[in-house]
Ligand binder design. Structure first.
Ligand code: N01
Length: 557
């Protein structure tokens, strides 16, 4: 990857067709498509390089839980043929190199302004443009504003008394130092046991003298069985990438599980087979590794009894792996159905608790009282640490958008509009905010899918929409309140037909004190969702109001 400094962005014009916020995989592809349409665009990116989530989340062990062959762009035959992944599940440095490679290959950097945070975006009804301001004091006017700000980009430090007093080093997994951290010889405390912690803990444990894990809620984790990428498997993908990708786009999660002879999502209830067959199915998937475990049967996220069979299987594996049964019991998740919190994928997570230098503290039983200058105090014990790692997650899906100071028609802020939870049409737009698009916004499958598949679908839909507007001589689009109302209701109905709302998850906003509890992603599956979006477009943007400076046309709701 080339040095980002050697590709200075060109001077910022005061008026543009489009402003894109964020230069992760969404923002980069968006820029590429906008250029293809001949539109002028700039991308603002807070980080000092492209890559989004993979730029910030550099904690030890950070790795994708979607296979490398599927976690990559599909829009360019050249790109997908020439790039060589080294592992079945790519680690963060390799994914970041890939992002840099794409930026260079498509010559994106000249229109990306790095280390620049958007602080405000206001719609001006008179000129029908967005005025976007940055923390560098720049201001630019654009017809369209596209938020490619990521679903998990607003890292969250917990509000624990005494945090500032700690004399050692403090880290958050989502804001990891770029130079890396060597924990050799250190006493380390990790707070949290979500996906980030579950990946980081085994690596930190191998370095640290002593590692203490503070767990509030045990999570289900499936072994990744990661390893070097099998070259025959790579060849299988590359021999017919377009067909394999097309099939993946039709799946619920946007992932093909049956590649390389592995098991596809089975369209059969867990309760329709006998116990021996169930165990065989789970055991095969456990041995193969990865999130395909949850595709063993078709009712694991809709039927509690079916779900219990999968949860019991994983709990039995935890009891097998962890030698000290008192520790194993503490690691067993019981408070949510398996899969209703994002399932974790690990390398040696449970086995790490067999190490003599690793301890597990159940902070539900013995809550953290305060961070102290020397470490941390629970109700019953004092701990001394050299470093504290917070793997405490993100203000997911809405955090990055609401931080920004977005104001639509009549000066209404997005924060005010979403006070009772995010409201969107298709997760792409929100009423009252004309020409403002979100890539993988709340109300779209986003975090319940292979993000690459969802990103490409949204970017393509938005680009096609801008092209359609231009072809019709129109320059303004906005969902109607009625269409939005209908979509919000549909997202809710589908969610409440599953077990997902039973978990106090970040999908529900439950990890942020005071955040409204609404199930934010759309659970209908990326295949079905794509069809809905395509139909909306085919019907002349049904549920949207399209207009030009002179006249207004409303598509049917
Ligand atoms: O964050 P999380 P994450 N005191 O919110 C605990 C994606 N991702 O960064 O469950 C004590 O899941 C909290 O406890 P509880 C993936 O989508 C993907 O790990 O709220 N503890 C929980 O244990 C993932 O889901 C990959 O009771 C506190 C943890 O901190 C998402 O990012 C890898 C606390 C937070 O877990 C977020 O994962 C990494 C407090 N005050 C991440 N506040 C892969 O692709 C929070 N916690 C593999």
């Amino acid at each position: 990857m080339s040095d980002p400094q050697s590709h200075p962005a060109r001077a910022l014009p005061s008026e543009l067709d489009v402003v894109v916020v964020g230069a992760g995989f969404a923002g980069m592809y968006m820029l590429h498509r906008l250029r293809g349409l001949g539109l002028s665009a700039v991308v603002f990116e807070a980080g000092a390089d492209v890559g989004g989530t993979w730029y910030w989340n550099r904690y030890p062990g950070a790795r994708c839980d979607v296979e490398s062959m599927q976690y990559s762009y599909s829009f360019s035959p050249e790109l997908q043929q020439e790039w060589r992944w080294s592992e079945r599940f790519a680690a963060q440095p390799e994914i970041l190199r890939y992002a840099g490679h794409v930026a260079d290959r498509l010559d994106l950097r000249r229109d990306i302004r790095l280390a620049t945070r958007v602080t405000e975006a206001r719609f001006d009804a008179a000129s029908r443009t967005w005025l976007v301001r940055t923390d560098r004091g720049e201001a630019v006017r654009a017809r369209f504003c596209i938020m490619a700000t990521g679903c998990l980009s607003a890292a969250r430090m917990p509000d624990i008394a005494g945090l500032e007093s700690f004399r050692g080093a403090t880290y958050h997994t989502g804001h990891w130092p770029h130079a890396g951290v060597d924990f050799t010889g250190q006493r380390v405390g990790v707070v949290g046991t979500g996906s980030s912690a579950i990946q980081a803990i085994p690596v930190i444990a191998r370095q640290a003298t002593q590692l203490t894990v503070f767990q509030r809620t045990p999570n289900f984790s499936i072994p990744s069985r990661n390893g070097p990428l099998d070259r025959d498997y790579e060849q299988w993908w590359k021999s017919d990438y377009p067909a394999h990708r097309a099939r993946a786009r039709g799946m619920r999660t946007g992932i093909l599980y049956d590649a390389n002879g592995a098991a596809e999502a089975r369209d059969i209830s867990a309760l329709a087979v006998d116990e021996a067959e169930r165990e065989r199915e789970y055991a095969q998937r456990w041995a193969r590794g990865g999130t395909a475990f949850m595709a063993a049967f078709n009712d694991l996220i809709t039927d509690q009894r079916a779900n219990d069979t999968a949860a019991d299987f994983v709990r039995a594996r935890i009891r097998e792996i962890v030698r000290d049964q008192a520790v194993a019991e503490r690691l067993l998740p019981h408070d949510h159905p398996i899969g209703t919190k994002r399932i974790c994928v690990d390398t040696d997570y449970y086995a790490t608790f067999n190490r003599p230098n690793v301890a597990l503290v159940d902070i539900r039983q013995d809550p953290i009282q305060a961070i102290t200058p020397a470490g941390l105090r629970t109700g019953t014990a004092e701990f001394a640490f050299d470093s504290l790692v917070f793997a405490t997650g993100f203000d997911a899906m809405t955090g990055a958008l609401l931080k920004m100071g977005i104001a639509g028609r009549g000066g209404q802020t997005l924060r005010a509009k979403w006070e009772a939870g995010p409201r969107t049409y298709l997760g792409l737009m929100t009423a009252g905010f004309p020409n403002l698009f979100m890539v993988t916004g709340p109300g779209s499958p986003s975090v319940l899918s292979n993000m690459m598949v969802s990103i490409e679908q949204h970017v393509d839909w938005i680009a096609d929409c801008l092209a359609a507007l231009r072809a019709r001589g129109q320059d303004c689009i906005e969902p109607t309140a009625a269409a939005e109302e209908g979509w919000v209701a549909h997202v809710n109905t589908v969610a409440h037909g599953t077990l997902y709302p039973a978990a106090a998850s970040w999908y529900m906003g439950a990890n942020i004190p005071g955040k409204v509890r609404v199930f934010m992603p759309y659970i209908g599956g990326v295949g079905a969702y794509r069809q809905i979006c395509d139909e909306v477009a085919a019907k002349g943007y049904e549920g949207m109001r399209l207009s030009s400076a002179g006249a207004t046309a409303e598509a049917a709701d």
